[in-house]
Design a binder for this molecule. Structure first.
Ligand code: AKB
Length: 332
């Protein structure tokens, strides 16, 4: 892949003279707030501009620069990039799988047009772009176990289709224009910090709130539905590693990442073990079952481990322990 002078400059910035200035889109979403605080701890408060189309909660606003940014408005986005001297964009704005099936037009607009705006601005202004992809980019004909990076990708959800478009377009811009595009295919991400937003893996967060609140949960997936998952700390560490990796280390632009995998019945068993033997779960599968059925059960992620050090350390037992401990005070 061609390395543009601007990319070399960005690399130098990451190790030397001044830290890169980073714009995070969708910063009030499930991953955004943790990513922003991690970036700020590393690069300095002023060097990380958080953005969203919502108003930050009280207290969040004082933590550092925050701007309104609608990724569908290219000129307004460009103004932010120019005014703040942005070097890197972490593009988190997206409509997730379940929300995309509820509103396909919105999913297409935000995920495709929003990403195209970011990528085009990256070309014009020489930005590094990290935009996550997902296991949802795989589809019903993809091999389900130890799914490799390169395989059949024929997703049948708006989310999956738009993320395959993102992956391919990012690779095209990298190859053709030298845009430093990077992406990783997230599994379901579990976090206690902010509520999930319209995903198929949300059950693995909802279950903890329900267990603490009423000691029972009705799951929208069938008991045996195994999916790849990761705790947010592993996810953010990995995202930072890929964001900061030297260009030469990257042998590809999109990487699978997998930390652990479990089914709703296995997660419920662990909740019973750690929280309450009486915890009750029943199952009422809805349209999200149809989505989950098209996704991998496990993903192979050797290239991410080899190229930039992906090394998740938090497994299912720890996830349950951490989630219960973090959420418990809110239900006392
Ligand atoms: C979703 O469930 O849509 C997301 C994802 C796997 O990308 N959590």
């Amino acid at each position: 892949l061609r390395i543009m002078p601007r990319a070399a400059l960005a690399r130098q910035l990451s190790t030397g003279a001044r830290p890169p200035r980073v714009l995070v889109t969708g910063s009030l979403g499930q991953l955004g707030s943790t990513m922003v605080s991690t970036l700020r701890a590393k690069l300095g408060q002023e060097n990380v501009v958080a953005s969203d189309i919502r108003k930050p909660a009280r207290g969040q606003r004082d933590l550092g620069p925050f701007v309104y940014a609608d990724v569908l408005n290219r000129r307004a986005l460009e103004q932010i990039i120019v005014d703040h001297g942005i070097d890197w964009v972490v593009h988190f704005s997206a409509i997730l799988s379940a929300a995309g099936e509820r509103n396909p037009a919105l999913g297409l607009d935000v995920n495709i047009n929003g990403f195209q705006n970011v990528l085009e601005l990256a070309r014009i202004h020489g930005l590094r772009v990290l935009s996550p992809s997902t296991m949802g980019a795989f589809g019903p004909t993809t091999p389900k176990d130890m799914t490799p990076d390169l395989t059949i990708m024929r997703p049948n959800t708006i989310y999956g289709i738009s993320k395959v478009h993102m992956e391919l377009l990012g690779e095209y811009y990298c190859e053709k224009f030298g845009v430093d595009f990077r992406s990783l295919r997230y599994p379901g991400i579990i976090s206690a910090d902010s509520p999930p937003g319209g995903g198929t893996t949300d059950y693995a967060i909802d279950i903890f709130h329900a267990a603490l609140k009423q000691n029972r949960y009705t799951c929208f997936l069938r008991p045996e539905t195994r999916l790849p998952m990761a705790y947010i700390d592993d996810c953010i560490v990995g995202t930072m590693q890929l964001l900061e990796a030297p260009q030469e280390a990257l042998t590809q632009r999109v990487y699978n990442v997998h930390a652990c995998d479990f089914s709703p019945e296995e997660l419920a068993d662990e909740v019973r073990r750690q929280h309450s033997a009486d915890f009750a779960i029943d199952y009422c599968p809805d349209f999200r079952q149809g989505i989950a059925d098209t996704w991998p059960r496990t993903m192979a992620d050797e290239p991410a481990r080899r190229d930039w050090g992906w090394n998740p350390v938090i497994g299912t037992t720890d996830i349950v322990r951490i989630m219960l401990a973090k959420l418990a005070p809110a239900y006392r």
